[in-house]
Design a protein around this ligand. Structure first.
Ligand SMILES: Nc1ncnc2c1ncn2[C@@H]1O[C@H](COP(=O)(O)OP(=O)(O)OP(=O)(O)O)[C@@H](O)[C@H]1O
Length: 238
């Protein structure tokens, strides 16, 4: 952990119960800086909930989510969803808006927006309405906008599940670039090939429980629970 870092993120017996129904139970896990963690599991396992709890969109109803800097909701983090949430504004304005909310000066913002568009090939679309971009371009913009906020950790909830293979490839390349810059990645995916390509660590959830948390090689070579074995074999849908 570097001085002032928000990482590791420590989850201690974290749970989330709604209306007496436990949706996530007793998750204990450390997310250290600089790793790519892929969260896997069948439909309804609790993957999205896990990400939303980590990011702070919702709070655990039991246990704890502890950022290393002690903040209740760490600032140096961002989340990107399966369907990008974009403003009815231009591409450039979409990147600019959260920077303004974060209090960056106009000059600093202008530099950052230009750098971001240039870096991710969005310059030619700067003035286009963001919502008219293709799905792949919109997701590229959502990731670029998140990157512009200089996050230490980025949560990605099935970022490519609505995209075709070439758009998926671009997003995977971006994830690898972010990771190469030291940004910690936590992402969910249903795509086993993608998980194998991107994961350094795997957390496997089933019915709201963390069944396995291992380095990716170990998980794929020898899953330890019958549920994870069945999942990797394509035999566990729920
Ligand atoms: N606010 C809520 N109130 C009640 N139930 C919820 C709420 N949020 C999620 N759930 C339920 O919790 C379970 C886990 O949902 P979650 O979206 O995290 O699953 P997931 O692993 O991401 O699934 P999928 O792979 O299908 O996207 C599901 O059964 C879902 O219906």
């Amino acid at each position: 952990m570097s001085a002032g870092s928000i990482l590791p993120l420590s989850l201690r017996s974290m749970g989330y119960t709604v209306g007496g129904m436990p949706l996530l139970c007793d998750v204990t896990l450390d997310i250290p800086a600089g790793r790519r963690l892929v969260v896997m599991g069948p439909n309804g396992a609790g993957k999205s909930l896990f990400l939303r709890l980590c990011h702070g969109l919702i709070n655990p109803t039991s246990g704890a989510r502890i950022w290393a800097d002690g903040a209740e909701r760490a600032k140096a983090q961002a989340m990107v969803f399966q369907r990008p949430v974009l403003l009815r504004r231009s591409v450039a304005a979409n990147i600019n808006y959260p920077l303004r909310l974060a209090g960056l000066s106009q000059q600093h913002r202008a530099t950052k927006v230009a750098e971001t568009m240039d870096r991710f090939g969005l310059g030619a679309m700067a003035d286009q309405p963001a919502r008219l971009l293709s799905g792949g371009q919109q997701q590229r913009l959502a990731l670029a906008r998140a990157w512009a906020m200089s996050p230490e950790i980025l949560f990605l909830d099935e970022p490519t599940s609505a995209l075709d293979p070439s758009a998926t490839r671009i997003i995977e390349d971006m994830v690898e670039q972010f990771s190469g810059e030291g940004i910690t990645i936590v992402m969910t995916t249903h795509n086993l090939g993608q998980a194998r390509r991107l994961a350094q660590d795997v957390a496997f959830l089933h019915r709201g429980r963390l069944m396995e948390h291992h380095p990716a090689q170990q998980f794929f070579a020898g899953p330890q629970t019958p549920e994870a074995r069945a999942f990797l074999a394509g035999d566990l849908i729920w």
